[in-house]
Design a protein around this ligand. Structure first.
Ligand code: SF4
Ligand code: ZN
Ligand code: ZN
Length: 462
């Protein structure tokens, strides 16, 4: 279920051996782990690889930690190159800068960090970065030496600013949160996590250090990664299962590892406490921010559907089973669900009969598609309609949404929203926060229509 993106499995802190640690990790649901091999000689550097050779679910990183930068020399670099060619080594790291402890002179740290970025680039491997009290210099070096590499990396045990996280995210970095996220005084860090897009998030233990609450002060181990996941779920308003799935997907995708969980065809998928129905990838719009055609991934689910793969009402109902256990059954997909109005009606009728609640997430073009007012057909079947408002006027709307109905889409969507407000129990209008959007004007429109207003962050489809 979980992936620990950063752990040290050997060291004097561990009272037992790594077998016991890994067994407890598996029992706690850890299914993949990146073991970090650091040191200044072949034995220490290859420690993680030796373990990765024994366990197919353990992968390894190798590098000189900034603490030991003063021990780096050509022979050590040679060892790193040799070890990194092992098929289980998937990253160079951890490498970076630590100006908090200053165990190595800062100029030496910078030189050794830069040199290892060069090695990673030569080998085509991403990097795992350790940075502490050295944000500016870390960013400077990455911008100079790494930005053009396209290999990306992980900023591990992240404790920095949102600006830093966003700057490295633009370079293809993942941001990994450790047990520090669970500490009482980490409110600022939790704010940063809240602001980051889900697709950038990873979790780690950095075992044996930094045990999360409620184990704080004890020797940390990968089994405790669930505690960080639990807090991250709270921060993001998601379930533990959601965070486990999202961070697992992010890790596997980042390292291009096979993902046994990824379905090739998704009919229904759970997010928070609702069940979503993937009706279609076709749409009446082509929004500039939409990735449905190039990368139809939502919260760790693959939603791509060819037209002949679109599910029937029968198949959907089979997957839903008893709908009363879900908050809502949501007709959605990475496309426009009302293109399949008949299926929505058939499924919704049955869901209502079985005691469930229903919602449609739509761009609001249904009346334009069918050239009639379809809202009366939804009465008694749909409890909640969530409509993408997207912009405050027709011109901006068309520019952003590039619809099949230029000239009439914006007015048609508003008309549809008004009809829904009149006839259905609950109507929400939402915007995706994109640069230049007049949020207040949109809020005014929703108020005038009589709908609830909601702002969706860029990555939160569904
Ligand atoms: S309406 Fe939704 S699915 Fe359609 S293009 Fe826009 S964002 Fe994508
Ligand atoms: Zn570190
Ligand atoms: Zn570490």
């Amino acid at each position: 279920m979980f992936i620990d993106s950063h752990a040290h499995l050997e060291g004097p802190q561990y009272p037992g051996d790594f077998q016991g640690i890994l067994q407890r990790a598996q029992e706690a649901g850890v299914e993949r782990l990146l073991a970090i091999g650091i040191g200044s000689d072949a034995g220490a550097l290859s420690g993680a690889v030796r373990i990765a050779e024994l366990y197919d679910w353990v992968y390894a990183g190798v590098g000189i930690h900034p603490h030991e930068a003063h021990l780096a020399n050509e022979q050590v670099y040679g060892e790193i190159r040799r070890i990194a060619r092992h098929p289980k080594v998937i990253a160079i790291g951890e490498i970076g800068l630590d100006y908090y402890y200053d165990h190595s002179p800062r100029d030496v740290q910078r030189r050794v960090f830069t040199r290892q970025l060069g090695i990673a680039r030569d080998l085509g491997l991403p990097v795992v970065i350790h940075t502490r009290d050295a944000e500016e210099d870390t960013l400077d070096i990455l911008l100079k030496e790494w930005r053009t590499s396209k290999l990306g990396g992980i900023l591990h045990c992240f404790t920095g600013s949102l600006r830093m996280a966003q700057a490295v995210a633009e370079m293809g970095f993942m941001i990994s949160f450790s047990g520090i996220l669970t500490f009482k005084k980490s409110e600022a860090l939790r704010e940063v996590a809240r602001a980051l897009p889900n697709e950038r998030l990873l979790i780690e233990t950095d075992a044996p250090y930094l045990a999360p609450e409620p184990y704080r002060g004890k020797v940390n181990e990968p089994a405790y990664v669930a505690e960080t996941a639990r807090v991250l779920a709270e921060v993001k308003g998601l379930t533990l299962e959601d965070i486990a799935r999202i961070t697992r997907f992010n890790f596997n995708r980042f390292f291009k590892l096979p993902d046994p969980h990824l379905r090739q065809r998704t009919v229904t998928y759970k997010i928070r406490h609702s069940l979503y129905v993937n009706l279609t990838t076709r749409c009446t719009a082509d929004c500039v921010f939409c990735a449905r055609l190039v990368d139809p991934m939502v919260s760790g689910y693959y939603l791509g559907l060819k037209e002949d793969e679109e599910p029937s009402a029968e198949e959907i109902l089979g997957e839903i089973g008893d709908p009363s256990g879900y908050e809502e059954i949501v007709f959605c997909g990475y496309g426009e669900p009302t293109l399949r109005l008949d299926v929505i009606k058939e499924v919704a009728r049955e869901v209502k009969a079985r005691g469930g609640r229903t919602r449609i997430d739509t761009i609001g073009h249904a009346n334009l598609i069918y050239k009639r007012n379809v809202v009366p057909e939804l009465v008694g079947l749909i409890d909640h309609v969530s409509i993408s408002l997207n912009a405050a006027d027709a011109e901006k709307y068309e520019k952003l949404c590039r619809t099949e109905f230029p000239g009439e889409a914006f007015a048609g969507m508003l008309e549809f929203a008004r009809e829904c407000v009149q006839r259905l129990p609950r109507v929400t209008m939402s915007v995706v926060r994109v640069p230049g959007l007049d949020v207040e004007a949109c809020r005014g429109i929703a108020r005038e229509v009589g709908a609830t207003f909601r702002i969706r962050e860029y990555d939160l489809v569904g």
